[in-house]
Design a protein around this ligand. Structure first.
Ligand code: HEM
Length: 183
């Protein structure tokens, strides 16, 4: 259920860049490994040579039935052989966001920012998975993970650029953009 992303010296993905988008950055590590299992129970050994982020794929909070149907109809799964590029974008939203009600958040997320409606056209080129970690006492609220083929790299830039200009993103107080290629 838990997925662990470890930036360090070895792993299946070679890190090409780690860019701070908002707030505190993460130190550059040459590789990223992705593992499954209850890593939260492992002792967190602070290290200058690695960092570790844990999240859980959870139930949908904002997606409504017709949107879910649209997504399911076009989305691609993780692990496609041609999708040799990946992005891990950990995000934390502000106190102001979390003080809103579910209904108010949905209004900003979709009615005003069109997060789902505007992102649909990037499927199936970009495969995605959202992990929640706010309630795990992690430094971020979400770990977002994306996989795409090198030919779709500029399409992915368009997608992140579009979302970062939305009202939803005015609530993002920490965001780091980790890019990598499959080894
Ligand atoms: C949430 C779709 C790209 C960051 C969601 C949700 C959907 C979605 C359906 C709502 C999940 C729920 O109901 O709880 C998409 C699609 C994308 C895309 C189709 C196109 C590939 C991105 C990108 C980022 C991102 C590029 C980051 C730069 C997030 C975050 C959430 C989220 C942080 C959680 C929001 C919250 O719960 O407050 N996305 N997304 N998404 N997405 Fe995206």
């Amino acid at each position: 259920m838990f997925r662990t992303f470890r930036g360090g010296q070895s792993g299946g993905w070679r890190v090409t860049s780690i860019s701070p988008v908002a707030g505190e950055p993460l130190p550059f590590m040459p590789a990223l490994s992705v593992t499954d299992g209850d890593a939260v129970a492992l002792p967190l050994v602070p290290s200058r040579n690695a960092w570790r982020l844990v999240g859980v794929a959870s139930s949908l909070r904002y997606t409504e039935r017709p949107e879910k149907q649209q997504l399911v109809a076009v989305q691609a799964g993780l692990g496609r052989v041609e999708a040799t590029c990946a992005a891990l974008i950990p995000i934390r939203k502000s106190q102001a966001w979390w003080e809103l009600t579910q209904e108010e958040r949905r209004k900003i997320f979709e009615d005003k920012s069109h997060h789902i409606a505007s992102s649909l056209r990037f499927l199936p080129a970009v495969a995605r998975q959202l992990y929640h970690c706010r309630d795990l006492g992690e430094p971020f609220d979400f770990l977002t993970w994306f996989e795409f083929a090198p030919a779709h790299a500029s399409l992915f830039e368009e997608l992140v650029g579009m979302l970062r200009r939305t009202e939803e993103w005015s609530y993002v107080e920490r965001e780091v953009d980790v890019r990598m290629v499959k080894e």
